[in-house]
Design a protein around this ligand. Structure first.
Ligand code: SF4
Ligand code: SF4
Length: 137
């Protein structure tokens, strides 16, 4: 999945879900393309939460569980080179990765190479300073 800095500058900033998280995701974008090369579009499984997303990705919708699962272990079907061919329409989980807001809790996909390289450190520090809970999984 390509998903996904923190604003620069020494001033203390208030983190909010409209700008802070999305800016943090965006701060990864050049690393995603040049260093990581879309690892998250080639690893594990992508959980799709709507029928439209399932249809777009061509996987069966599980009516009883109300989700669909896309296997990307050999690379997502929508990956072209290192880029997502449906970027503007990509599923919600792809937009969120590697930062997931759950109320005032921020869950980080700790295996993300961009996170591991420290590119989100400032954002994480600001989030904690804001009194929010940060969970790295
Ligand atoms: S839909 Fe796009 S962003 Fe999501 S896993 Fe596939 S290639 Fe990656
Ligand atoms: S795994 Fe992390 S660094 Fe790599 S492409 Fe995905 S969001 Fe970017």
């Amino acid at each position: 999945m390509l998903h996904h800095g923190a604003p620069r500058g020494g001033r203390k900033r208030r983190v909010n879900s409209d700008t802070g998280v999305e800016a943090a995701r965006q701060s990864l974008s050049s690393f995603c393309m040049t260093a990581c090369r879309a690892s998250c579009c080639r690893k594990g499984f992508v959980v799709l939460r709507t029928m439209d997303e399932a249809a777009l990705l061509g996987v069966p919708w599980d009516q009883s569980k109300q989700y669909a699962v896309l296997d990307v272990r050999k690379g997502c079907v929508k990956l072209e080179g290192d880029a997502c061919s449906i970027y503007a329409q990509r599923p919600a989980i792809c937009r969120e990765f590697p930062l997931f807001e759950r109320g005032r809790t921020l869950v980080i996909a700790g295996w993300c190479p961009g996170y591991r390289a420290g590119l989100l450190d400032r954002f994480v520090q600001d989030t904690k300073r804001d009194g929010r809970t940060v969970i790295v999984q």
